[in-house]
Write a protein that binds this ligand. Sequence first.
Ligand SMILES: [Zn+2]
Length: 274
Amino acid sequence: MPELPEVETVRRGLKKYFANEKIQQVKLLYPKLLVTDEKQFLKRVTGSIVTRIDRRGKFLLIRLDNQSTIVSHLRMEGRYSVEESDQAPHKHTEAIFQLVNGNQVFYDDTRKFGRMQLVKTGDEAKAVKSIGSMGPEPTEQTLTSTYFFNRLQKSKKAVKAWLLDQNNLAGIGNIYADEVLWLSRISPLRPANEINSTEADNLRENIISELAFAIKNGGSTVHSFIDPAGESGHMQDKLHVYGRVGQSCERDGEKLIKIKLAQRGTTYCQKCQK
Ligand SMILES: [Zn+2]
């Protein structure tokens, strides 16, 4: 599933090719993609100009010049691409935005889990429940160490599960949860409220820096993620534990193990993650 760095990479790609362009026509090949009414969606989006592409957590917010925003969540396998005017739909293309400049923006989804919702700009938090309840973005300014430590103290959940909960903080999924816990030498099984303030500060720093590093590397292609320019991210080559079960820990040579935690595969080192 694309996590914050992957969605941010999509945002930057879309900003280059989709922002400031006028949408001539919309084709919905899989209308169930929409959470909102199809007719209303087509009416509002056709003929509009994309003014900006924002992101909140793992949601893309495609801003239109008529006070409407397309809220897009890629879920498991959603993917945007920019195509030439004569490109036919791919096997799993669900929506096509034909631009006045001749390009087409495709939304493809092999698993059909991704969703789009049209909302009034500024109403995202009201209209989309999971945006309304979402925790802060993982940056130096928005994720304060006081908030982070206090919030950890309130939960007895395993810290891995706590990190995946978007109400605590935005953007982390399975890949980066495993990575930041390894970087912080914390076992994914530790109850959140048993993490002391020094460990919490260290974990917070690792979250902020690791996500920024992943964005710099264009995200990872672990789940066949490709950015709109057709280029792949490089982050998958820089992961320490995710997808490396059975290999040696870079720190101490211990064999990395994989367990199931909160219904998700979790890879970690039993020796250095306490
Ligand atoms: Zn280790």
